[in-house]
Design a protein around this ligand. Sequence first.
Ligand SMILES: NC(=O)c1ccc[n+]([C@@H]2O[C@H](COP(=O)([O-])OP(=O)(O)OC[C@H]3O[C@@H](n4cnc5c(N)ncnc54)[C@H](OP(=O)(O)O)[C@@H]3O)[C@@H](O)[C@H]2O)c1
Length: 225
Amino acid sequence: MKKKKVLITGDSMGIGLALAKRMLSGGYLVIGTCRSGHIEHVKHENFLAISLDVANVKSIKKAYQEISYRFDQIDIIINNAGICPDLHQEIPVMTFFDETFEVNVKGVVLFTETFLDKIAEKGSIIMISSKMGSIDKSVNSDSVGYRMSKSALNMYTKILVNRFLDSIKVAAVHPGYVKTQISETALINGRLTPEQSAENIFSFLESDYKSGSFWDSGAGTKLPW
Ligand SMILES: NC(=O)c1ccc[n+]([C@@H]2O[C@H](COP(=O)([O-])OP(=O)(O)OC[C@H]3O[C@@H](n4cnc5c(N)ncnc54)[C@H](OP(=O)(O)O)[C@@H]3O)[C@@H](O)[C@H]2O)c1
């Protein structure tokens, strides 16, 4: 049987790396990306590492050419790459704000739009979003750029849901509070290891989830947008 192909952005560390490994052990062919294109921690015959900076149009085009050369179609795209330079800051700093939107919003949109024609019929797109982007749940005033970037990502998720109705499943996933290098506080206080988070995301992917879901994979519950 042909292996399902999954393209995951941001696999050099953290959740993306753990997810790439989990998808490989689950029988998928994985195309992993990061800016350098070197993903030393994964050695597997079904793994291909590609250089990709989602904040750079030329890099997205180059990655598209490289992937198209090898594969006709991709079954799942997981937009995982993300940054949060303004975590816990109350006052928005424009350089951090711009950086965050370049990667978490513009990068995801440009990357996804470029790869849309590679997605197989009945394929899926997963956005690794955050509970911090939920407008309904919002009670804090910190991390302005990060929170807003994830709310914007959620809106793009909904837009794609409406655009593709039954042909492509699109969902946003909160990975839980995970011990990664995305921030010092996550590394210290995160409640899940990247491997636990990846296991939860994998279970969601393998489930019969509905297009248009915003899913808290740590809690195993729906999130309000
Ligand atoms: N950790 C948490 O508690 C938590 C909670 C909620 C949501 N999330 C979300 O989960 C996702 C993964 O986060 P993480 O905690 O695993 O972070 P991480 O450990 O910092 O990993 C981030 C990944 O994104 C890649 N990346 C960063 N900038 C990029 C760019 N411009 N182009 C391409 N790739 C880029 C990094 O690769 P290189 O730097 O090597 O290029 C790295 O592989 C993010 O979207 C984050 O917002 C995390």
